[in-house]
Write a protein that binds this ligand. Structure first.
Ligand code: ZN
Length: 276
């Protein structure tokens, strides 16, 4: 890679290069000059989180976040309690890994009202808060695009995520801004300034929205190949005081089929061209 380019804030989610094992991802990211990595649970071999953390750090990479907890909503109380227990485990896994943040996809259940789902999300985070604080792991509420309001998240705008984070008023709860979910929102600039202003902006995820998008989940685009105003949003995030990593999170059946080394090269070129 060209050493004149600044990759000091570039982070890649392991799921972006899903065909690679964690060891392959870490090797290749480090060799290419990537500095940060966000770890998805399914990428950790044998659920050995301490060993994974050591492997990553031994390659000079910084662990930015652990993905992903949440899914708190469920009409059945016993299942809700079970979800909270799962999240407690994930907080412990994040701590063992050495990840400072657990990202939350909060959940939504189509057989109950959105209001009920949001109440359950609030109760779920409330139950986790002392455990997160004790483990030294922050919880990042990630609002999801409204196309996922049926069964993935009842938190669909950054305004709602900010409301929720401010309700807790804790340094252990904040929000994750993912351009894929939020680019369309007319209040985005205002809401980014709002979470930046009260130190609730914990994470920034990038990719692009392809035209047309052919799959609700697995057709995310590489930065620059869609309609998301990446430079504009990057400037809003910077103006809000965020100086953390820019995390490339791309779920794509298309890119997972290509040679992952060639894909990584494309990611770095796209980051350089559209995100710096
Ligand atoms: Zn994301």
């Amino acid at each position: 890679m060209d050493s004149s380019k600044d990759y000091s804030k570039l982070c890649i989610h392991t799921i972006t290069t899903k065909p690679w094992s964690l060891a392959e991802a870490v090797d290749n990211y480090a060799m290419a000059g990537v500095k940060g990595i966000t770890v998805w649970q399914n990428s950790v071999p044998d659920k050995n989180f301490e060993a994974a953390g050591k492997l990553i750090r031994s390659h000079g990479l910084e662990i930015i976040s652990y993905c992903r907890g949440g899914f708190f909503t469920e009409p059945d109380a016993e299942k809700r309690a079970h979800a909270i227990e799962d999240n407690k485990k994930m907080i412990a896994e994040a701590a063992a890994l050495g990840a400072p943040i657990l990202v939350l996809v909060c959940g939504s259940s189509p057989t109950q009202s959105m209001e009920d789902s949001r109440t359950q999300i609030k109760e779920g985070i409330e139950a986790l808060l002392p455990i997160a604080e004790n483990a030294g792991v922050k919880l990042a509420i990630e609002p999801l695009h409204p196309m996922y309001a049926d069964n993935r998240s009842a938190i669909n705008t950054l305004g709602q995520a900010n409301d929720m984070a401010e309700y807790f008023n804790s340094k252990w709860v904040g929000v994750a801004v993912d351009v894929y979910h939020l680019w369309w929102d007319p209040d985005l600039e205002k809401e980014i300034a709002r979470c930046g202003g009260n130190d609730n902006l914990l994470a920034y995820h990038i990719c692009d929205w392809k035209i047309p998008t052919t799959d609700l989940l697995l057709d995310r685009g590489l930065m620059g190949e869609g309609c998301i105003p990446l430079q504009k949003i990057k400037n809003w995030v910077a103006s809000a005081g965020f100086d953390g990593y820019h995390e490339v999170e791309i779920f794509s059946n298309h890119y997972w089929q290509m040679d992952q080394g060639a894909f990584l090269k494309k990611i770095m070129e796209a980051y350089d061209e559209h995100c710096l």
